[in-house]
Ligand binder design. Structure first.
Ligand code: ADP
Ligand code: F6P
Length: 321
């Protein structure tokens, strides 16, 4: 291929810039032309293009967000939008496209591949909820951000003998919640993947408080998919008598400079995506398997089921309180 495009789509994630940089630099080093498409599929349909050279991706590897901007594009959910996207690609001579985003973005990439524009998906989402990869770009940074914020929250929670019920992001997935709960020494992680029993949590809190020298402040981490954070805080307060506050960390988890892990994985995945396109291969998702970068058929990858990190609950249960 002589000319490829790159776009970021769906929610932004720290490390997307590192992926864009790797795609652009790798392609340029192979003598390809690279077009940056702004605002995801919206920008593809509206022809929002920037010609990329090695310098246009200078100084972005350490920045959060995405220099290409991102958007959600309802029009791309139907074939009419996808065919319009194909026409625009052909109009400017794009022979392949790298799509950095989540599973929704990959479905769009699959559709575009099916009409003759080979696309490669790179997983960029803080949620780590893409079935065919152990890791998604942004996950590590988001978890570190949540961890740092909950560490700060603990100071005030402890000073007031309160319970903080903290909601972390993750869409429907509880990966961020379980890991962050473990990393901050929380009493429990409440997620959709595992049944939870607030009575059990409350009983444990009451027992701990009744012990000589027992503790009187608590942190519960709730995955946003549970959707009950305020109610959980209220119920815990009623059941234990401990003043409980809900804190929703929100979009701050999507910001900030990417960690080393996110920069490295993004760079490796960006490189691999271009290697595939160079060989004329499309309709693939790049992922991590056994810690190594690999690629898989897009539809097959989207149909996989991701195992949840159940063992972490046991460790959390054994080490809390
Ligand atoms: P993410 O990629 O993070 O999962 P979304 O689910 O919001 O984020 O999807 C991003 C964009 O991908 C959507 O706005 C739409 O343009 C495109 N997309 C999502 N689902 C589909 C689909 N089933 N078919 C085609 N395109 C889709
Ligand atoms: O997919 C990333 C994510 O931040 C999820 O964790 C969250 O559910 C969602 O995006 C929020 O989306 P929006 O930016 O549209 O509020």
């Amino acid at each position: 291929m002589k000319k490829i495009g790159v776009l970021t789509s769906g929610g932004d994630a720290p490390g997307m810039n590192a992926a864009v940089r790797a795609v652009a630099r790798t392609a340029l080093s192979k003598g390809m032309e690279v077009i940056g498409i702004q605002r995801g599929y919206v920008g593809l349909l509206n022809r929002e293009f920037v010609e990329m050279n090695a310098r246009s991706v200078s100084g972005i590897i350490q920045r959060g967000g995405t220099c290409l901007y991102t958007a959600r594009c309802p029009e791309f959910r139907n074939m009419e939008g996808v065919l319009k996207g194909k026409e625009v690609c052909e109009e400017i001579g794009l022979e392949g496209l790298v799509v950095i985003g989540g599973d929704g973005s990959f479905r769009g990439a699959g559709d575009l591949s099916s009409v003759g524009i080979p696309c490669i998906g790179i997983p960029g989402t803080i949620d780590n909820d893409i079935q065919c990869t152990e890791y998604t770009i942004g996950y590590d940074t988001a978890m570190n951000t949540a961890m740092e914020m909950i560490d700060k929250l603990r100071d005030t929670t402890q000073s007031h003998d309160r319970c903080s019920v903290v909601e972390v992001m993750g869409r429907r997935a509880g990966f961020i919640a379980v890991n962050v709960a473990m990393a901050v020494g929380a009493e429990a992680a409440i997620t959709v993947e595992r049944q939870y029993d607030l009575n059990e949590i409350a009983k444990k809190m009451i027992k701990t408080m009744s012990e000589k020298g027992g503790k009187h402040h608590f942190i519960l981490v709730v995955a946003e998919g549970v959707g009950q954070t305020e109610n959980i805080a209220r119920e815990i307060q009623e059941m234990t008598g401990v003043e409980s506050r809900a804190t929703i960390l929100g979009h701050v988890q999507r910001g900030g400079s990417p960690t080393l892990r996110d920069r490295i994985v993004a760079t490796e995945m960006g490189y691999h995506a271009v290697e595939l396109l160079e060989q004329g291969i499309g309709n693939r998702i790049v992922g991590l398997k056994g810690g190594k970068v690999y690629d898989i058929d897009l539809q097959e990858g989207l149909n996989m089921k991701k195992a949840f990190i159940d063992q972490r609950y046991d460790i959390l249960g054994a080490t809390a309180y």
